[in-house]
Design a protein around this ligand. Structure first.
Ligand code: ADP
Ligand code: MG
Length: 298
């Protein structure tokens, strides 16, 4: 549905003609029909720049955007038929009246100025989807919304997804994306530093610092009674490192396969530990993101 090929945008830095800002740095990405793709990154990462190029509102310095194999730069109007766009600060004229749109029928004749931020956002989205485009591009739609409006927004987006639409959404609020996106890309200083399914990104980031994610993982063991010298038993095992206790149990890095983990559990029980639980605590997207962007996990 959407492909970015070496997409690059360089701006002249404001008031400093010699200096250039690389807002998008050779982005390559393929988003399939039906996906909800979240572009995550801090302010200034290049999210809005990227979306504007996707929508044909900004010319790339180099590289291409294809929507349904249509080149946005060369066949802009044709490509734009496939998309609806909500800009980061979408503008609505305050003197307009609300027309019938997503969930706002009761406000039909209200002046827009009297609407809450959440309702304005809905209206902006309604405007973006009014011709029911197969591709929806939403720049920070959750920004400034209260929890109720965020919830409504998620429902709205799930509805579009349910109807087979493709959605590209940006946010720096990761928890907003975690629940609705099928995959995400992490953008930093114009570079896509990671792309994948949310589970893959969480899994890759779940490995302890410095370890190869595929080999080491964080494991938590909980005992049902005190008395067993768990920490010293762990310290003596090969493949175990970074033992630390937490209120929920003892955490450590475990290097090995699932079969190794089975052996490990068997040995622990045989040694007499009153085992209550062996868990692999998942990292939230938020934690995973902060680890990835600190370069702890690559
Ligand atoms: P994001 O949406 O992730 O916050 P932007 O795409 O708005 O990021 O901006 C990316 C970078 O490009 C920032 O460093 C920003 O200052 C710079 N930038 C954005 N628009 C312009 C512009 N029109 N002229 C010069 N620099 C710009
Ligand atoms: Mg932005």
């Amino acid at each position: 549905m959407l492909r970015l090929i070496d997409l690059t945008k360089e701006y002249d830095a404001d008031g400093d003609p010699g200096r250039r800002v690389l807002a998008a740095d050779r982005l390559n990405l393929e988003i399939k029909a039906g996906e909800v793709f979240g572009l995550v990154g801090p302010n200034g990462a290049g999210k809005s720049t990227t979306l504007k190029m996707v929508c044909g509102l900004l010319l790339p310095t180099s590289g291409r955007v294809l929507i349904n194999n249509i080149d946005v730069e060369h066949r802009r109007e044709e490509a734009q038929k496939y998309l609806g766009y909500l800009s980061d600060f979408f503008s609505l004229y305050d003197e307009l009246t609300v027309f019938q749109c997503v969930g706002l029928e009761s406000k039909r004749d209200s002046p827009i100025a009297g609407l809450s931020r959440g309702m304005k956002q809905r209206l902006g989205i309604a405007r973006a989807v009014i011709h029911d485009p197969p591709l929806l591009v939403l720049d920070e739609p959750a920004a400034g919304l209260d929890p109720k409006a965020r919830h409504d927004l998620k429902q709205l987006l799930r509805g579009f997804q349910g109807r087979g639409r493709t959605i590209v959404i940006t946010s720096h609020v990761l928890s907003d994306l975690e629940e609705i996106c099928t995959s995400i890309g992490i953008l930093e200083k114009g570079r896509l530093i990671r792309v994948g399914k949310i589970e893959e990104i969480l899994q890759a980031a779940a490995g302890p610092q410095g370890a190869t994610p595929a080999v080491a993982r964080v494991v938590r063991v909980r005992l049902s009674a005190p008395g067993f010298p768990l920490e010293s038993w762990l310290a003596a095992r090969t493949g175990v490192s970074q033992v630390a206790s937490s209120p929920l149990g003892t955490l450590f890095a475990f290097a090995g396969s699932d079969a190794d983990l089975s052996e490990f559990v068997k040995a622990l029980v045989t040694a007499g530990a009153p085992l209550a639980a062996v868990e692999q605590p998942g990292l939230s997207l938020e934690e995973a993101y902060s680890r990835i962007s600190k370069g702890e996990v690559m």
